[in-house]
Design a protein around this ligand. Structure first.
Ligand SMILES: [Cu+2]
Length: 133
């Protein structure tokens, strides 16, 4: 009789330990998931510097330069990107690009202060200005 009782108690203890272990593992994995969420949020915040780079980008779209009046500091490189379906150019007294097909870019570094007016030599009604401080 006593031996049977000991076996039953032992069995109950084993089941309780097993269940306890199961719930502990479950709680741990939940905590790990919460930790994984935190770095993902900070990655989203890091995408902000992209806006700063775009400041020196002039897009050519809809037969217009955008922004048409860009202010920069001396030594800054400006990039023009043609996003139109037709070919455009960037032409001024100081710099001239080749024919820019769709997706093509042109870069110029402004080392002297002043106001630089430019046009598209194919469509002279397209005008823009870069002011270098
Ligand atoms: Cu043009």
């Amino acid at each position: 009789m006593n031996k049977r009782l000991i076996y039953i108690i032992a069995a109950v203890v084993v089941i309780l330990v097993a269940l306890g272990g199961y719930f502990m593992v479950r709680n741990n994995s939940t905590t790990t998931n919460q930790n994984n969420n935190t770095p993902a949020q900070s990655t989203t915040t890091q995408s902000q510097p992209t806006t700063t780079q775009a400041e020196n980008l002039i897009t050519i779209k809809g037969f217009a330069f955008s922004p048409s009046d860009l202010k920069i500091k001396k030594g800054t490189t400006v990039t023009w990107k043609n996003e139109d379906s037709v070919t455009h150019t960037v032409k001024s007294d100081s710099f001239v690009s080749k024919d820019l097909a769709t997706g093509d870019t042109f870069q110029f570094t402004f080392d002297t202060a002043g106001t630089f007016s430019y046009i598209c030599s194919i469509h002279p009604s397209m005008t823009g200005t870069v002011t270098v401080e």
